[in-house]
Design a protein around this ligand. Sequence first.
Ligand code: S3P
Length: 432
Amino acid sequence: MEKKISRVKRIKGELRVPSDKSISHRSIILTSLADGISIVKNFLKAGDTLTTLNVYRKLGVSIIEEKGVLKVKGVNLKGYREPEDVLDMGNSGTTTRLTLGLLSGQDFFSALTGDDSLRQRPMGRVADPLRSMGAKIDGRQNGKLLPLSVRGSSLRGIQFYNKKSSAQVKSALLIAGLLAEGKTKVTEPYISRDHTEKMLEAMGADIQIDRDNEYSVTISGSKKLEGIEIDVPADPSSAAFFAAAAVLIPDSELLLKDVLINPTRDGFFRKLKEMGGNIQYLNIREKAKEPVADIHVKYSPELKGIQIKKEDVPSMVDEIPLLSMIATQAEGETIITGAEELRVKESDRIKAVVDNLRNLGIDVEELPDGMIIKGKQKIKGGVVDSYKDHRIAMGFSILGLISEEGIKIKDADSVFISYPEFYEHLEKIILN
Ligand code: S3P
């Protein structure tokens, strides 16, 4: 589906964007490990999280929905069922990597595959450390790419230093650590999103966090976990698109309700504020052990370019493409480095941003690990290839709202992966 987004006069209103994708995945994967029933309110129903729901049903987990609330009946660490067929992980890296950790410690055989994008994404980053725990994983290119097979086996705890900081790698190893003998310790130079360790701790897992210069989580194996209740807040990665629109479009004002502001996730909002964005957290409170706020955003005519460095990346990894688009409207240059991880997301997001910005007539310099964007550039309009990547489609849709002649987005229906209602929500807040 192709979608044309045209210039608008202003946007205004209130939105509760869909629930957090990372917490929704974990609200099934982690609670399925419990010895007991968990209740999940406000589960995100979007492409990626529905993949998780289907996969865990195929692994024998009972997940029922009653009046919009999910009940997940945990199987107590090792009570999963051998799947009858290859598990289809769709577009979801999170489902794949976390589930690889879980399947490595079961007593059965399983096979996993995914769509064209997922089959190109690196799985060695989880398969290699899992193998050093005793996992038997094989697949394409020596077990580095999907399709992968897992012959479940007994695992032993390891100490692993992950110099790339990744929540998916950390989570896969912590899940495998639960199923392993002894302790498993994962260290990363900069903290990546910490929902896994928070949720497992709430379920009664034996977890120790160390924050010296770096960040480490240690988990003990073979502990019984309890069911919990989770109310999933709104996704900051989805709220970011509308915050960007409000900041860029004259006279605009938005209230984004119920948004997760966990410091491992809200880097985009902090950086946008640093650029001169008119952003305020209101009504800060706690929901399911996570900090949440209503975010008030207003038009911000005096944005300034900034620098994004390696240490800034984990807390805004999925929002960097959007920030680079906003940077085209700021005063001065924005320099993004240390973000080579973007090359192995749902698409090569550095190339996707640079090529599309250039097609729209915008001057941008590509770096191996980021880009340099000149500010105060006019956006004439044109055609954007989303590369079937939901965040590229949504980011350029926002730029369409300030373009002179409109932007056509190819494969705009990819927004279904994290935000199926994106274009309806956009219609709701446009005042022409
Ligand atoms: C995610 C972690 C991030 C992020 C992805 C979701 C998660 O990846 O890009 O969209 O839910 O754990 P890495 O932390 O592995 O880079």
